[in-house]
Unconditional design. Structure first.
Length: 166
């Protein structure tokens, strides 16, 4: 949403003070929700794998609960991997907002926006509202989704390789 400057003398009757702007393209939205769903499934199945609460009775060939949970876990890991690959690709070919908020720690302006946003959230001072991600949101997204996601995938596939050597 883009907000126009307000001045009572230039205000036109029937014209809104804001306009709608298209920011997130379809691949960004899809990868966002696919990643969120994959992480949720990975979390739930990982908890079950760590501490199975369902103890089926009888022989294992009749009850393959842990095997199915692990299968869902591995499928979700591959879904997360492919979603991250598509999102990484779209970082380069998408519109400018696909790159918004990316931490440019080498730029002084980025640090100003970063600490300005922290001051905004703490209620210390007001800063302009950017379209897309602000610097703090972009840094959080990079750290918690990209860095931890890649770490999670690498360690998970390393454990998977130990169970299934080539």
């Amino acid at each position: 949403m883009i907000v126009r400057d307000y001045h009572p003398l230039t205000l036109e009757p029937g014209k809104a003070l804001y306009e709608t702007k298209y920011v997130w393209e379809l691949p960004v939205r899809l990868t966002h929700w696919i990643t969120a769903a994959a992480i949720t499934v990975l979390f739930a199945t990982g908890l079950y794998i760590a501490s199975p609460v369902l103890g089926p009775r009888g022989e294992a060939y009749n009850n393959f609960v842990m095997g199915r949970v692990r299968e869902i876990h591995f499928i979700s890991a591959y879904v997360l991997l492919f979603s991250m690959i598509v999102r990484f690709y779209w970082f380069y070919v998408g519109n400018n907002y696909a790159r918004s908020g990316f931490p440019r720690v080498w730029e002084k302006q980025w640090w100003g926006e970063f600490f300005g946003q922290i001051h905004e959230y703490l209620g210390i001072k007001r800063v302009p509202v950017p379209l897309g991600h602000n610097a703090l949101a972009g840094a959080s997204y990079f750290l918690f989704v990209w860095c931890l996601g890649i770490f999670m995938l690498l360690t998970g596939f390393a454990l998977y390789g130990g169970n299934n050597p080539a």
